[in-house]
Design a protein. Structure first.
Length: 257
């Protein structure tokens, strides 16, 4: 690996969060092969993200709109999950061309990064080796633990999804840190019934400390110095052009193994 970059952002709406992740990975192919950049951000509003291969029934879309919850399709696969303000998102872009197993290795790096952060916060976190390509992923992200996801005492606390975008690889991880507010409790229980258990485990962790711990852990796990990265005006403009077009990703697109 040549170097590892670090991008830290504040709360973002779902469309911008996903478009920035996608543009970051697609344009990152211009970097040296094997280079990595980690991005962390939060969520501006309650948002449901769903995998690139998923479809939501009209009745479910109506329920989200009625509750004032945003929705956005991810460029990666996996099942849907509910993000709340205060939750944490971790993205990893890996410059290609990718060799066999390198995308899966990137997912494993992210899961180890999150597990290390939580271990340093005093939680018994572990990166899962379970699941596998022969097992069907659940419609809801937190319904079961897939490989390279993170658990604490058997409770899934972070979902991890991957995609190849051009020459590069993208890994997206989400960690609930906030319980659903009273007005969203019932909806959250229907859409993502195991999310509450994850938030109950992680909500005591200090958010500011967690970001600092993530950056330090990334450098240790990568065996390289972490250097601060920044968005160029061109990249941000490209991301803005992509906002609103994410739902037109073909639902038949397959998640890579």
């Amino acid at each position: 690996m040549t170097w590892i970059g670090w991008l830290s952002g504040g709360p973002e709406d779902g469309g911008r969060a996903m478009s920035r992740d996608e543009i970051l990975a697609r344009r990152f192919s211009e970097q040296d092969a094997g280079s990595r950049i980690v991005r962390v951000h939060g969520w501006l509003r309650p948002t449901l993200s769903y995998g690139r291969g998923q479809r939501l029934a009209p009745a479910r879309l109506d329920e989200l709109r009625g509750a004032g919850i945003d929705r956005v399709r991810r460029p990666t696969g996996g099942g849907w999950l509910l993000h709340l303000p205060g939750d944490l998102a971790v993205t990893l872009a890996v410059a290609g061309p990718l060799r066999a197993g390198q995308l899966r290795g990137a997912a494993r790096f992210v899961s180890r990064l999150i597990a290390t952060m939580l271990q340093e916060a005093g939680l018994a976190a572990a990166a899962s080796l379970g699941g596998g390509p022969e097992r069907r992923r659940e419609e809801i992200c937190f319904q079961r633990v897939d490989r390279d996801e993170v658990t604490v005492d058997g409770i899934k606390v972070a979902g991890v999804a991957v995609a190849r975008l051009g020459r590069s690889g993208l890994v997206q991880a989400a960690m609930p840190l906030e319980p659903a507010p009273p007005e969203l409790e019932q909806l959250a229980a229907r859409w993502d019934p195991k999310r509450a258990a994850a938030a109950a485990v992680t909500q005591a962790v200090d958010r500011v400390w967690l970001r600092r711990a993530a950056r330090a852990a990334a450098g240790r796990l990568a065996g390289a110095a972490v250097r601060r990265a920044s968005w160029s005006p061109d990249l941000l403009r490209e991301a803005e052009r992509l906002v609103g077009r994410l739902d037109r990703i073909p639902a038949a697109a397959r998640e890579p193994s």
